[in-house]
Design a protein around this ligand. Structure first.
Ligand code: ARG
Length: 456
């Protein structure tokens, strides 16, 4: 089969080389973007008079016919034509004859592939932003339901202070909010048009790069043709934002795994998001959050892979850059799939309010509150910390929680204790008293919810 670039060659390409250097097996995902980019290019070639209007119309029609045939599965890609760009150009020439060869006027695969990648990532970033919003909404639904649900808050995975479940779960809303903002910001860079940069130096034809950019929905044209074909920062940025987001998803997933364990029993995941064991009939395994936790690894790996491919590359295009694709596709698909599962899993998760409540009544997570109590009675905090530490130790030794100690016992540690201590120690009070801005009190959580909902 003759190559589109065969003129300079006297020998056929080694078959193994052909197979190993071809990207068609994976870059066929760019077929629609490639055709879209080509139509914009050809329209511009026609309006600038580089080709005739008739030629332009014939090529555009031909490209649409190719797109149709591809959608109907009537065409088969070939490794001989290496990548999506040359496969489509070949289909076009088969479709409309030699005039199809005018499509590539003033263009190189270098600016073409960069354009395809920008288009692909722009579309998918926009989709992912919508999926993030869906997940945030699921979080808001649970948060609105559970302002008064109290559970132990943890540091070092040790019980720390009682908190509202709404407050806890809203943390993930804010993480995703920042993730979404990072993606929104990255759209600024993904919205640049490389087309018209040629192989690296621009072209001898009087192209209108602005027209092409407008038609493709890009906000601007790369001002430097070498940068246009060498830049893959926009993919790295996406992958970085994706890595941070997966790290957040993984933290939530980990909490879901822990919370649904027999030891915690704080939540129950819906049956439709769990799987069973092939041997142990009693098992209901949290496979989905476990997989979300694990998929973070491949997203990090894709980022490290591309950073490593790009480091030390001389300007401008190098074949190394073909290795940008699989990782990008994989990151997009992993993120989309993860978010699609996460939102309904949060929505359908059952929060075991009574178990959470029981947990806060069986710990010392109200210790800070008695320390604060003594402070309001005039004792310096450092001293009250010491006193309460001793009380906790006494409680542990005598199998008593702070609410179980008698007034006599309290008085033996400090004369400052009075009957009102019991009110201060009740978990509901402990939570309600954390009224500082951004705190866990029901009143603050309601304010926070209002703010969060206002962002949606
Ligand atoms: N398949 C190539 C890639 O994905 C397209 C660009 C090829 N350019 C070239 N000069 N060989 O990077």
């Amino acid at each position: 089969m003759s190559k589109l670039w065969g003129g300079r060659f006297t020998k056929e390409t080694n078959k193994l080389v052909e197979e190993q250097t071809a990207s068609i097996s994976f870059d066929q995902k760019l077929a629609n973007e490639d055709i879209q980019g080509s139509i914009a290019h050809v329209n511009m070639l026609a309006t600038t008079g580089i080709i005739t209007e008739d030629e332009g119309a014939t090529i555009t029609k031909g490209l649409k016919a190719v797109q149709n045939k591809l959608e109907n599965g009537e065409l088969t890609f070939s490794v001989e034509h290496e990548d999506i760009h040359m496969n489509i150009e070949k289909f076009l020439i088969d479709e409309i004859g030699p005039v199809g060869g005018k499509l590539h006027t003033g263009r190189s695969r270098n600016d073409q592939v960069a354009t395809d990648m920008h288009l692909y990532l722009k579309n998918h970033t926009e989709d992912i932003i919508e999926l993030v919003k869906g997940t945030q909404k699921a979080i808001l639904n649970q948060a609105s339901e559970h302002i008064d649900t109290i559970l132990p808050g943890y540091t070092h995975l040790q019980r720390a202070q009682p908190i509202s479940f709404s407050h806890h779960i809203l943390t993930y809303f804010w993480m995703l909010q920042r993730d979404k903002e990072r993606l929104q910001d990255s759209l600024k860079r993904v919205s640049g048009s490389p087309l018209g940069a040629g192989a690296l130096a621009g072209t001898t034809f009087p192209l209108d790069r602005k027209q092409v950019a407008d038609e493709l929905g890009f906000d601007y044209v790369y001002p430097n043709s070498i940068d246009a074909v060498s830049d893959r920062d926009f993919i790295l940025e996406f992958m970085s934002a994706a890595s941070i987001m997966m790290m957040h998803i993984s933290r939530l997933a980990e909490e879901m795994v822990i919370w649904s364990s027999q030891e915690f029993q704080f939540i129950e995941l819906d049956d439709s998001f769990c799987t069973g064991s092939s041997i142990m009939p009693q098992k209901k395994n949290p496979d989905v959050p476990e997989l979300l936790r694990a998929k973070t690894g491949r997203v990090y790996g894709n980022l490290m892979g591309l950073l490593t491919v790009l480091k030390g590359l001389p300007l401008a295009y190098n074949k190394d850059m073909q290795e940008d694709k699989e990782g990008m596709f994989d990151t997009v698909e992993t993120l989309e799939g993860s978010l699609m599962m996460l939102a309904p899993m949060i929505d359908t998760m059952m929060v075991k309010v009574d178990n959470m409540k029981q947990a806060v009544s069986e710990d010392y997570s109200n210790a800070t509150d008695i320390a604060d109590y003594l402070v309001t009675k005039g004792m310096p905090f450092r001293q009250s910390h010491e006193v309460i530490g001793k009380i906790v130790l006494y409680g542990i030794d005598n199998n008593k929680y702070l609410l179980d100690l008698t007034m006599e016992e309290y008085k033996s540690f400090s004369e400052l204790f009075e009957d009102d201590i019991y009110r201060v120690l009740a978990p509901e009070e402990v939570v309600a008293n954390r009224r500082s801005y951004g705190g866990t009190s029901q009143s603050q959580v309601k304010e926070q919810l209002k703010l969060a909902k206002g962002l949606m």
